[in-house]
Write a protein that binds this ligand. Sequence first.
Ligand SMILES: *[C@@H]1O[C@H](CO)[C@@H](O)[C@H](O)[C@H]1NC(C)=O
Ligand SMILES: *[C@@H]1O[C@H](CO)[C@@H](O)[C@H](O)[C@H]1NC(C)=O
Ligand SMILES: *[C@@H]1O[C@H](CO)[C@@H](O)[C@H](O)[C@H]1NC(C)=O
Ligand SMILES: [Zn+2]
Length: 503
Amino acid sequence: MYNVIILSVLFLFSAHNVWAKMFDYNMERANLLAEESDLQVGGNLRLTDEENRANEILMHYKNEEVDESFHNPKHFNFSRHYFAYKNDIGNSKVYQIIRRMPKGAALHVHSSLMLSADRLLELTYEDHLYVCSADDNLKLHFSYSVPQRPCPFKWQLLSELRNSTENLQAFDDKLKSHFTMYSDDEKDYTGDINYVWKRFNKVAETINDLIAYRPAREKFFYEALREFYNDKVMYIEVRSGLKILYELNGTEYDRMYLPRLYHRVAKRFKEDYPDFIGIKLIVSKYRATGINQVLDTINIARRIKEELPDVFAGFDLVGQEDLGKPLLDFLPILSEAKKDMNFYFHGGETNWFGTVSDENLVDAILLGSKRIGHGYALIKHPSLMAAVRNRDIAIEVNVVSNVVLSLVCDVRNHPLATYLALGMPLVLSSDDPGAWGADPLSTDYYIAFVGVASKKADLRMLKQLVINSIRYSALDNKGKFDMIRQLHRQWNAFVRDIIRIFG
Ligand SMILES: *[C@@H]1O[C@H](CO)[C@@H](O)[C@H](O)[C@H]1NC(C)=O
Ligand SMILES: *[C@@H]1O[C@H](CO)[C@@H](O)[C@H](O)[C@H]1NC(C)=O
Ligand SMILES: *[C@@H]1O[C@H](CO)[C@@H](O)[C@H](O)[C@H]1NC(C)=O
Ligand SMILES: [Zn+2]
């Protein structure tokens, strides 16, 4: 009897022990997961009841999409090149929801590659456009008379060529192909990084030709703002190299003309669409040029800051990092310029660990860059990553750009996944959406949300990223406050829309 009691006590005790151990294990497991969940971007946000209902709907569709590919990896499009599935994205319910989401600001875009090829094609219907077409090269020039610029074949009026063509659709499609890197033929878009950048630079050159004509540039910029606005972007920080513009009679303007034009067109746009907040300018210069050219551009940046203080945001160096000059080459003039202006440097847009281009990240941080463009390579640098976090320098991530420009194939391997999990200071942007036919911002959000972020990342992450776009902008405190207030209204309407339309 006594033994039985002892035995059963022992039994109970050990069962209790096993049970307690299980309990401890589950607690610990849940705590670890909760710790990570809190740490990620958006982890601290609390949703309202209405947002929670919308979140359930959003996550239902997201889980469906991810599960489908988890069980059938060959259906997973985000491990392929963006061009391979670009035209199928529209079917996704998550994408349709993200299209409607108010996105705050786009903080990393280059002025001449903001507009879609379809709208660019419309600009070729303007009068007096001459074309010089030889092999696969295309030069464009607006003029009253035959342009004086050299042409290996001959300058012809585009309108005449178009009038005499048998197949207008084919003619326009061919012309349009010069305005975009998009192709449905895989051999056109796979290749090493230098090959891809060459194609990219060629597209940029052709477009810059088309929009160097002052009236074309005005229409171009207005239409670009409209495309961003329709994608629910309310404020844009535009990087521009301040190209020279001309008129039909050959008159050329100085480099102060373009910033004034941006200012004027954005003002007109805001009159037409009062809830649009506006633009600011990040003056940029090709990093492959000489010190004196960079210094000239910095001096123009100083003039813009003086004449248009509300428009001016700062300065940047752009172009393929591996082939350009490192920031270190410009250290003396950049250290000097730092006293007058903010920097928004591209940095770490490379796969070459430990090279001079990789180390641009160090100089971007030390020169006090307010944000870092791409920061793709930052993940390999623990001390720099800590510095970026401590100094609250936002990384401007452009996922689609990194795919098209050959840094990453399967976006699950994009370092953004880690930056999101660590709760790093982050904004999403689109770099050159016109050049690859992406939406101004929705495509990047969609691919980051479904393809890169944790399966469990939800509406809170999206909301935090939108808030970040305002927080890390160059707006002053009042500007940020007003924009957050407006976002709040738009966000509530968006949440109700999800429930009404997708619920
Ligand atoms: C992936 O792309 C294919 C076409 O290439 C399309 O048929 C399919 O629906 C897409 N899958 C998903 C999950 O979106
Ligand atoms: C092209 O055709 C249209 C109408 O068919 C005509 O009005 C126009 O003058 C023509 N342009 C040229 C450059 O021949
Ligand atoms: C050239 O055209 C522009 C714009 O139409 C005009 O303002 C300017 O006066 C013209 N210049 C000359 C020299 O005709
Ligand atoms: Zn860029």
